[in-house]
Design a protein. Structure first.
Length: 251
């Protein structure tokens, strides 16, 4: 019953516009232009909730503990994967770090330029050029979710190894999803990994086309990382939310 209720939200009207598949970028653009409006997000296993656009513009002081720790641990040449509005990159720039933003949203890229982000790669992580190597890769805000499914895990680790210096590291934030199943009395699916979900976004009157996303439990990601030849270690876990930050290094 719960899953049917979550899917029913899709009955909202969908006006197809140039940016209907970039609602995060649209929200970022509007916020920067002084027209703030919040997003509504939900997944195939969780109900709608408000996502405050202002959160994408948070300062270092207002970031959660795991993000501040990740930025403080970043060193050498840094790549922020899925940089969004550029808040992490700007904090690192202010600290004197050599950092590049990686972002596939054209609207977010324009916003970051206006905010003063110096170095930007406008592409998808899986398609980024491999001639430039980095010492630290950041995957914050559940950044590894863009892997979408377990089938893409080999390609994910291969890409990390190709753009990471031999002595480099990846800092990855994970959000748990187990509690959602428990909260709503849902059973784990038999046909797929339970962390694989469909993600939905609504902004004003627009609904974005659903896209796949993945939430990892630590045992699953740890097993894949070790099998791919990486060292994986939990750096910090936030007791209140269950969110945790992990460091991964090539073996």
């Amino acid at each position: 019953m719960q899953n049917r209720q979550f899917r029913a939200v899709l009955l909202y009207s969908t006006d197809m516009t140039e940016y209907h598949n970039d609602l995060f970028g649209l929200a970022i653009r509007d916020y920067l232009a002084g027209r703030p409006h919040d997003l509504i997000s939900w997944t195939s296993v969780s109900p709608p909730e408000i996502f405050r656009t202002a959160y994408l513009f948070r300062s270092f002081e207002n970031m959660p503990v795991h993000e501040r720790v990740a930025l403080l641990m970043s060193e050498g040449k840094i790549l922020d994967v899925g940089a969004g509005a550029g808040s992490h990159v700007l904090a690192l720039q202010e600290a004197g770090s050599r950092v590049t933003a990686l972002e596939r949203s054209a609207l977010a890229v324009k916003a970051m330029k206006k905010r003063g982000v110096n170095n930007i790669l406008h592409t998808d992580f899986f398609e980024m050029p491999e001639h430039e190597k980095f010492d630290t890769l950041l995957f914050l805000m559940n950044g590894a979710g863009m892997v979408e499914s377990l089938q893409r895990m080999p390609a994910f680790f291969k890409k990390i190894r190709s753009v990471l210096n031999k002595e480099g590291k990846a800092l990855i934030h994970f959000s748990p999803v187990d509690y959602i199943y428990e909260m709503f009395g849902l059973t784990f699916p038999q046909e797929r990994y339970y962390g694989e979900v469909m993600f939905y976004l609504k902004y004003k009157h627009l609904c974005q086309r659903p896209f796949p996303w993945i939430y990892f439990d630590r045992e699953t990601f740890y097993r894949w990382a070790v099998e791919a030849g990486f060292h994986f270690e939990i750096v910090i876990e936030e007791e209140a939310t269950g969110d945790y930050l992990a460091e991964m290094r090539p073996g």
